[in-house]
Design a protein around this ligand. Structure first.
Ligand code: BGC
Length: 741
């Protein structure tokens, strides 16, 4: 529709109709024509006429369902303005890809984009028009359950790269998308979800903002606010964050949407004293859509009529919403991409599953491989043990449209397909029954079905018998998939103790043990690693998880994943991130000294650092050289130098290596991080192949936010590090000179 027609349409709308556009409710309640109840913290009850005026629905999918809803809605809509269907397709629709945290470990933005594209098409054919992805929150504390959603992990550069690739991929598929959660949600105090956040503006600009900026530059359509606060004001109504920073400084022209009932929650925060006030703060901060609460519905009319708020703000919001509907072509075709034929044939297609399998295997991170135990030969007699060995829960917790995981390939199933000589025993449940039932009860779910016929001792005994008949034990362990995700913070990020008991028991048999570790977060593995020989972190790998695990275990795929979040020594080492600031008393790993920045009871380093991951191949790094050692401080010229390094695959196995380049600004007007990732290349090496790898470092790579929040480069000394992870690098120095050379 032409913009002029759209403007005409808007002129015909009543104030009530306009306010309706600003409200989003859950689809199912809408469909059943029942009052919409049961949001997490608030009851939402709409009148019949309000129901037929809401602008968008949340998390409804399936061609038939969407079509029926849209048709029913349009039959009631006076001006035939179509509904917008929004949803969370976080790591796949029916073809479930690895959880985002694991996806990021592929260090492969093209593959991340390809999977975003497939997810968009699968869910688009099923009627979803807007995806609440990418989540670009920076994460530093693995107690927080939502670290599993962070494709970029603890690094702003990776988060920016992945965020933009996902936005582009969604757009290519014809789907609109939403960057979330604005902002600094990942900085919740002590990793506890929804808790207080207190960071400085400089910290915000340096670490948390770049991924949003990158999504906005890529044309993201919506931004979702965070549940949390910034400088003591809830992000959902923060005038400086939303008006000054997002709209004005970053020039974000798209739709701002609250998180699930986060507008009404400003009352619980003790910021708004009533729904009226919440609505006032929301609309004044240019918050366009209120998700799952009714402050706008109940109060905006009053605020306009009494002159507290200028109606211009309403018109601007409605315009942004109608413009998106128009951009998606919904006035001509209200079903968007929805297509019954394509839904049938494209969803879970062989091609999509092939990509999912490839992606999972490319993301797994090999953490230990003592005596080159992996890859296994298919001749070995294997004991496949563990609560995740034959468990479709390996898909992960944010695949909400495929909760039953019926198509998920388990490890046992994949082993059967490979005709392996193996015996299976469960060995233990993921958690003791009372613990999982407590977690389920917190969501109002009924307890798991009555306890298994065998007791824990019987399960352990069976595992021992199976292990005794085998050459090698493959043990599938991990946290419960319900232990990560939203509202799933943990105060102890250990492997559940019943599983550690099983591992210890089996290790006493003296057989080699490969642990496949399932989790939505880095776990504290200090107590685990001494009992195993090989360790592969598989996150929650999605529909094709079993196949992909088989591919890596038996060497069809050489693992090439690298961590994007540091694994801590213990829970108490959190928050932990490689790009921390320099301290006046840095700890020396080799010479412990009390009065330095360290904990007494653990080494002053992560258990596995950022960027870490092993391969079946061996790579040597040598000859780090710089094309010059002085850059001139002329921002217009954006002076650059070339950093080169020689990398050799010194093994007879082909493999991919991720060569990482970090920079440290040694002295500056504000304290700078000890290092920051600036570039990387994921490169394929044939057996014995040697390659010279080059990177261009420019002045732009050296910029930072100073004390006055100016983005600058300062002259002085810099270090450049190149290597296989954030700790194992070669280094060189260069200077930025105020004089031109
Ligand atoms: C989450 C969002 C999500 C929304 C809608 C909220 O609880 O924080 O990430 O997009 O629900 O499902």
């Amino acid at each position: 529709m032409k913009e002029t027609k759209l403007a005409e349409l808007m002129q015909q709308m009543t104030t009530e109709e306009k306010i309706g556009q600003l409200t989003q409710i859950k689809g199912d309640a809408f469909f059943s024509h029942q009052p919409n109840t049961g949001p997490k913290t608030h009851d939402l009850v709409l009148t019949e006429s309000q129901l037929w005026q809401v602008g968008s629905l949340l998390n409804v999918a399936g061609y038939q369902k969407v079509k029926q809803m849209q048709d029913a809605y349009l039959a009631h809509s006076r001006l035939s303005i179509p509904l917008l269907f929004m949803g969370d397709v976080i790591h796949g629709y029916q073809t479930v890809f690895p959880i985002p945290l694991l996806q990021g470990c592929s260090w492969n933005p093209e593959l991340v984009a390809k999977c975003a594209y497939i997810s968009a098409l699968e869910s688009g054919y099923a009627g979803i028009q807007v995806n609440f992805s990418p989540m670009v929150d920076l994460v530093r504390d693995s107690r927080w359950g939502r670290v599993l959603e962070a494709t970029g992990g603890e690094d702003p550069y990776l988060a920016s790269l992945y965020g933009a690739s996902m936005v582009e991929a969604y757009h290519q598929a014809g789907m609109a998308c939403c960057a979330k959660h604005f902002i600094a949600y990942g900085a919740v105090e002590s990793g506890m979800d929804y808790q207080f956040v207190d960071i400085s503006r400089r910290e915000l600009f340096s670490y948390y903002l770049p991924p949003f900026q990158s999504c906005i530059q890529a044309g993201v359509d919506l931004v979702m606010t965070a549940f949390t606060t910034f400088e003591g004001i809830p992000c959902t109504v923060h005038p400086w964050l939303l008006n000054a920073l997002l709209r004005q400084k970053l020039d974000f022209q798209g739709i701002l949407i609250s998180d699930y009932s986060s507008l009404v929650e400003t009352i619980a925060h003790g910021y708004s004293s009533s729904s009226k006030e919440a609505a006032f703060y929301g609309i004044s901060s240019t918050l366009d859509i209120e998700m799952m609460s009714d402050c706008y519905l109940s109060s905006l009319s009053f605020l306009f009529d009494s002159g507290f708020v200028n109606k211009k703000l309403l018109d601007e919001s409605v315009w942004r919403i109608l413009s998106l509907k128009n951009r998606l072509g919904l006035f001509e075709n209200p079903y968007g991409l929805a297509n019954e034929e394509k839904e049938k044939h494209f969803i879970l297609s062989a091609e999509n599953l092939k990509t999912a399998r490839l992606f999972s295997s490319e993301s797994f991170v090999l953490l230990e491989n003592k005596h080159h135990l992996l890859p296994l030969t298919s001749q070995s007699k294997i004991a496949l043990i563990g609560p995740y060995a034959d468990n479709q829960g390996i898909s992960g917790a944010w695949s909400i449209y495929n909760e039953k995981n019926q198509n998920t390939v388990t490890i046992k199933q994949a082993f059967l397909e490979r005709n392996l000589d193996f015996l299976y025993a469960k060995g233990s449940s993921v958690l003791p029954e009372e613990e999982i039932n407590f977690i389920l009860s917190m969501e109002g779910n009924s307890p798991i079905s009555p306890s298994p016929s065998s007791t824990l001792q019987e399960m352990q005994q069976e595992a021992i018998e199976v292990a005794n008949q085998s050459d090698v034990i493959v043990l599938a362990l991990g946290e419960h998939y319900k232990q990560s995700g939203e509202g799933a913070s943990r105060s102890m990020i250990d492997l559940p103790s019943i599983q550690l008991d099983l591992l210890r028991l089996l290790s006493s048999l003296g057989k080699p043990i490969v642990v496949l570790l399932f989790s939505g977060r880095p776990l504290a593995l200090k107590e685990v690693v001494p009992y195993l020989d090989a360790l592969l972190w598989v996150g929650f790998p999605g529909t094709e998880g079993g196949h992909a695990i088989g591919d890596v275990l038996f060497g069809d795929v050489n693992p090439s994943g690298r961590l994007t979040m540091s694994f801590p020594q213990t829970t108490g080492q959190n928050p932990l991130y490689y790009n921390h600031y320099s301290t006046g008393r840095p700890a020396d790993q080799h010479s412990p000294y009390r009065y330095t920045a360290r904990f007494q009871d653990i080494p002053p380093k992560p258990f596995y650092p950022f960027g870490y991951g092993l391969s079946y191949a061996e790579f040597e790094y040598k000859a780090l050289t710089l094309s010059k050692t002085t850059l001139s401080l002329d921002l217009e010229k954006n002076d650059s130098l070339t950093v080169s390094i020689t990398v050799k695959n010194s093994s007879s196995i082909a493999g991919k290596e991720t060569i990482q380049l970090y920079i440290q600004d040694c002295f500056a007007s504000v304290v700078r991080p000890v290092k920051e990732l600036k570039h990387f290349q994921k490169v394929y090496f044939a057996p014995d192949e040697e390659k010279k790898i080059s990177f261009t470092v420019t002045l732009s790579d050296l910029m930072f936010w100073n004390q006055d929040l100016a983005y600058i480069v300062e002259p002085g000394e810099f270090k450049v590090f190149v290597g296989r992870n954030s700790e194992d690098t070669l280094e060189a120095k260069f200077v930025v000179s105020p004089m031109s050379n």
